[in-house]
Design a protein around this ligand. Structure first.
Ligand SMILES: [Zn+2]
Length: 672
């Protein structure tokens, strides 16, 4: 059978011929791609010639050409337009792909060649970018254990496989605890709850087979319940159940798993020659060391805590006026904070929405990119994978830069959330390839489609990631676009959100859907002021979790993580009425896998940078300053992972970021 995925496409911009690709093509194409990859790896590892940068590192860069092509199409469709067949393929591909990548890092002959090049690196006459790719390739192998021998190597494999079992168990226990609890509500218990909470509670009741509405432990239901329910007794019951996830005793208790995970991670780091798991994990991040992370978190902690304590006093007074005695408790905070929000920042979503038309916000994101980087966008008349997806050609001075696909509407076949992916990445090795970049969102349809302000921010956020791909200008695909440290990758996206707040952008693009009038200045001011409401609370609950995560992995593994968590909270003086955003037994970021272990801080690290980077434009008094925009492109948006993130940032800003702009942005500066 001919398989379109493996053939020349001969389409405009070499776009995948979506209307001709069939699901039946994916399985055989994936098999062929893995076979191609294996043959290429074998040819590199077993080559009789001594290793050179070209015959080893560049050959490795090109080894997955077919795989990248097939996977680029498949995983985009699996995420944005799934069906049972694609889900089945996804389950089948996962173990095959993970086996393939372990085969590569465990290929001893291949590693010997890479290591030989690394040892001789100064004699190879490499460019800075080539040196960087060699360094990253070698480091990736070493961090996976390629340099270990004998018993140490075997033990590392055991530790990794046990960790992956524990991660899955942790998640399943958490899901079981979340699914297993609900609280039935009588009709009178619904009093004070807004319609959307009542209907969510009724729907949850039906789903649970209860006789009426219920509160479950799903964040999208319990948080609004805690915000709106005037029944303090019910709030307490719900909150306590929510906080106890993963520590209810019995088979689904996660405390033992947490202890074992931390011990195994410590062992893994030491096998690989690192002082601690945090040292191992942070080596590849912009932060670099546990100390740098701690400095950041503590610089934010004190002002956040002061702000939260001042807020707690106000809320406690409101509670006393309600006739409730005793201290403000964690199940009271959201309720009184919501009452206060209504009094101080009454912002009606319905009043705002007509100003944020989807098409106008797409234009706004494009317009900012035109003014900053000279990019132009031309709609393309091509057939994509779904009628809702739209494509544009992106050019600059007549030169083709990228194809941008925007797929904005929610549908049953799309997973939730919003994301940016490259269906094809930019690179120059083997001939210049320009990227195909996709933004996927889950906005509600309408005529015209209207966004909330948060939706509009999401659109700008994902478009910032897209710029990182579309402006990429490197030779090697492994460092192209968003292939950067995890605590650096959100800089372009979070930074781009700031342009949505620029008054002249809103004046031009945020126009009323019916009247065409610009948003009134007073509404705009109220909108921006409401953005920083209750930031003391939000910052405290987040930073406490980030510090506990860091303490767990910096130094020897604790014998009792729950006691260690309590020690950390006591040391930093956690306010009584605020719980951690995620406590240990349900801290999935940290225990369900490795992604955010000693990495939970990174959300805030990125925010420090985006605030500090935008402050550069504020300092010169022009959000579209051409010199700064050129520097941002040169050192960040086009540079991918071609240098360490701190070097890239410093080249753009002239110094490393400070926390002042973040504190200002969160409205915490007065408390500092
Ligand atoms: Zn993002």
């Amino acid at each position: 059978m001919t398989n379109l995925l493996l053939e020349n496409w001969n389409t405009p911009f070499d776009l995948p011929p979506f209307d001709k690709i069939e699901d039946a093509h994916f399985g055989p194409a994936m098999e062929a791609a893995l076979e191609d990859g294996r043959a290429a790896i074998r040819a590199i590892a077993e080559a009789p010639e001594p290793p050179t940068f070209a015959n080893t590192i560049e050959a490795l860069e090109l080894a997955d050409a077919t795989l990248d092509r097939v996977a680029g199409v498949f995983f985009n469709l699996a995420g944005s337009d799934s069906n049972p067949k694609r889900q089945e393929l996804q389950r089948a591909f996962a173990p095959k792909l993970s086996a393939y990548s372990s085969e590569i890092v465990n290929n001893e002959a291949l590693f010997r060649r890479i290591d030989d090049l690394w040892q001789r690196r100064d004699t190879l006459g490499l460019s800075a970018e080539q040196m960087r790719v060699l360094y990253l390739t070698h480091r990736g192998f070493v961090r996976s254990g390629a340099a270990l021998e004998g018993a140490a190597r075997e033990r590392l494999t055991e530790v990794k496989s046990r960790l992956s079992v524990l991660g899955t168990e942790f998640t399943q226990n958490l899901l079981a605890d979340e699914a297993g609890w609900f609280m039935e509500l009588a009709e009178e218990d619904l009093e004070g709850l807004p319609d959307f909470v009542v209907s969510a509670a009724r729907a949850a009741g039906e789903e649970k087979g209860a006789n009426g509405p219920v509160v479950t432990l799903s964040r999208s239901l319990i948080v609004p319940f805690l915000q709106f329910s005037p029944r303090r007794d019910l709030r307490e019951t719900a909150y306590r159940a929510w906080a106890a996830r993963g520590m209810n005793g019995g088979e689904t208790d996660n405390r033992g798993i947490a202890t074992e995970v931390l011990a195994l991670r410590d062992e893994r780091a030491k096998l690989l020659g690192y002082e601690s798991f945090a040292a191992y994990k942070l080596e590849t991040e912009m932060a670099g060391t546990p100390e740098a992370v701690r400095d950041l978190l503590m610089a934010v902690w004190s002002p956040a805590k002061s702000a939260a304590e001042a807020d707690a006093d106000v809320l406690a007074k409101m509670m006393a006026e309600d006739g409730v005695n005793g201290p403000l408790e964690p199940w009271d905070w959201r309720y009184y904070a919501e009452k206060r929000r209504l009094a101080e920042h009454d912002l009606d979503e319905a009043e705002l929405k007509p100003y944020f038309q989807l098409d106008a916000m797409i234009d706004a994101a494009f317009d900012c990119a035109t003014r900053l980087f000279g990019l132009e966008f031309r709609p393309l008349d091509v057939t994509l994978y779904h009628p809702d997806a739209r494509a544009w050609e992106v050019t600059r001075d007549g030169r083709h830069m990228a194809v941008f696909i925007g797929d904005y509407f929610a549908r049953g076949s799309k997973r939730s959330g919003a994301w940016c992916s490259a269906m094809r990445s930019q690179k120059k090795l083997g001939g210049e390839v320009r990227p195909i970049v996709v933004n996927v969102c889950n906005f509600a349809k309408g005529d015209p489609a209207l966004l909330s302000y948060d939706d509009a921010r999401t659109l700008f956020h994902e478009f910032g990631h897209a710029l990182h791909q579309m402006l990429s200008d490197v030779t090697y695909a492994s460092i192209s676009g968003t292939s950067v440290a995890r605590d650096f990758v959100e800089l372009p996206s979070q930074l781009y959100e700031h342009w949505l707040e620029v008054p002249e952008v809103l004046e031009k693009h945020a126009r009323h859907a019916k009247t065409g009038e610009a948003m009134p200045r007073e509404l705009l001011d109220r909108l921006l002021a409401a953005q920083t409401y209750d930031m003391g609370f939000q910052t405290v609950e987040y930073v406490a979790s980030a510090l506990v995560d860091l303490d767990f992995h910096d130094g020897a593994a604790p014998a009792d993580p729950i006691a260690a968590q309590a020690d950390t909270l006591a040391r930093i003086g956690m306010p009584h009425a605020i719980g951690m955003r995620h406590a240990t037994p349900h801290f999935a970021h940290v225990f369900a896998g490795d992604g955010y272990s000693s990495g939970y801080y990174s959300y805030m690290w990125s925010e420090v940078m985006d605030a500090d980077a935008f402050a550069a434009f504020e300092e010169v008094g022009d959000p579209f300053d051409a010199t700064l925009a050129a520097k941002l492109e040169q050192h960040v948006l086009s540079a991918g992972g071609s240098a360490e993130a701190d070097a890239l940032y410093t080249a753009f800003r002239g110094r490393m970021p400070g926390v002042e702009a973040l504190l200002k942005g969160r409205g915490l500066l007065d408390a500092a």
